[in-house]
Design a protein around this ligand. Structure first.
Ligand code: ZN
Length: 123
């Protein structure tokens, strides 16, 4: 299985700009998940709150990463592969829609080519 990766993107009608990318580093640190590394890198670059930004990931994020994405206030998450063991954005849990949280975000999975469509929107 390829390492988990995450990319932070600012999307606009004119262009999409990659702001930050991150890989998982769990061999060195149990908290080294790609989404957590991405949020930390973005914060280090002055992007403390990720309002309006999009995150792209290879696999569906776990519970811890999903909560980090919610707290970071991303706009949308896209991922390619569902994760049956701990996927928390549509498979095992749906953190992105939890009413108890004060921020929710849209989730799309299965492909990036039709990312503006609603067909692949996770439940
Ligand atoms: Zn994670």
């Amino acid at each position: 299985m390829p390492p988990q990766a995450a990319i932070l993107v600012r999307d606009s009608p004119e262009a999409s700009e990659i702001l930050v990318d991150a890989l998982e580093t769990v061999i060195k640190n149990p908290l080294g998940h790609a989404a957590l590394n991405l949020v930390a890198k973005a914060a280090g670059m002055g992007e403390y709150i990720l309002t309006g930004l999009e995150v792209y990931m290879y696999r569906e994020p776990c519970l811890m990463c999903s909560m980090a994405l919610s707290h970071s206030r991303i706009k949308r998450l896209f991922y390619l592969k569902k994760c049956g063991t701990d996927g928390s954005c549509g498979t095992r849990e749906s953190i992105h829609t939890l009413p108890a949280l004060n921020h929710r975000f849209q989730v799309f999975y299965g492909g990036f080519e039709d990312r503006r469509g609603e067909k692949r929107k996770a439940e």
